[in-house]
Design a protein around this ligand. Structure first.
Ligand SMILES: Nc1ncnc2c1ncn2[C@@H]1O[C@H](COP(=O)(O)OP(=O)(O)OP(=O)(O)O)[C@@H](O)[C@H]1O
Ligand SMILES: [Mg+2]
Length: 261
């Protein structure tokens, strides 16, 4: 049985199921004037959660994903991964937490063009410190899990868009992360390929993997069980009653004016 938990806003998590927790998290880009891209967000993500993140262009979605993915540090507040505060970790240690715990999928696949599908996945395992002898069998197993075992030796240029994204997902999950962050994973795909990718995310989520998907597509967002809306750096969580959209509960009520200009 996987520990799938419903998504109450923020609370009631024990250390085992807590994957990610943001506490008053901010990200301001310096400049004149500074850009307050992420403003005072409180959010808890548990094992088995599935969240969508929607919002206009420039609302701060990618900035928030970078902070949640430990690719970027907040300028204020805390980011806890598996219960541990990451904010003061040295870069090397932060990279190790990220490498072992978090997978990333992007709109543009981000595969190396002159490496085969299996090599792309194996390189990702290399960054996680997996010994090289184990990388190839693990990469092939990950490709088989996304239905691409037979294309392991193909270069990305010889694969369809949907297949490339499946390779990217295999790369993201080969090392068994706890959190999968997807920024517009179906943005470059046709409807059939997009449906296949979303089906794969659903399947991965049922194993207990926490999934967060940035999307502009309402049908893709509807696959998630929790729905975040971002506007001007502030996140609200929409409470959906079964098939109906309901009211919106603020996730970051203190957001406005939280940082000095
Ligand atoms: N490196 C940066 N330096 C300064 N400002 C930035 C930087 N990156 C993003 N911004 C600004 O931060 C705000 C949020 O940008 P972000 O890329 O997070 O938006 P987004 O919601 O992902 O948009 P999109 O849907 O277009 O991808 C925008 O005003 C953007 O111009
Ligand atoms: Mg973006």
């Amino acid at each position: 049985m996987s520990a799938i938990e419903g998504g109450a806003i923020g609370g009631g998590l024990d250390a085992r199921s807590s994957v990610l927790r943001l506490e008053g998290t901010e990200r301001t880009y310096p400049g004149s004037p500074p850009v307050r891209a992420v403003r005072g967000i409180d959010l808890a993500v548990s094992a088995g959660d599935y969240l969508s993140l929607m919002g206009r262009s420039g609302s701060g979605k990618s900035t928030l994903m970078n902070v949640m993915g430990l690719l970027d540090r907040p300028t204020a507040g805390r980011v806890l991964f598996a219960g541990a505060d990451t904010v003061r970790l040295p870069d090397r240690h932060l990279a190790a937490v990220r490498g072992h715990g978090i997978g990333f999928v992007f709109q543009s696949f981000n595969l190396l063009p002159h490496r085969t599908a299996a090599e792309n996945v194996a390189l990702g395992l290399g960054y996680q410190g997996v010994p090289w002898r184990m990388r190839e069998p693990m990469a092939v197993a990950a490709l088989e899990a996304v239905g691409l075992g037979h294309r392991a030796t193909a270069l990305p240029g010889k694969l369809s868009g949907g297949e490339r994204q499946r390779v990217a997902i295999a790369r993201a999950v080969a090392g068994k992360p706890r959190l999968l962050l997807c920024d517009e994973p179906t943005g470059n795909l046709d409807g059939v390929s997009a449906e296949m990718i979303l089906g794969l995310l659903d399947e991965l989520n049922t194993t207990g993997l926490a999934v967060i998907v940035v999307t502009h597509d309402h049908a893709a967002a509807a696959r998630a069980r929790r729905h975040l809306l971002m506007s001007d750096g502030v996140v609200t969580e929409a409470v959906l009653a079964d098939t109906q959209r309901g009211s919106q509960a603020p996730v970051a009520p203190q957001a406005a004016g939280a940082l000095g200009e």
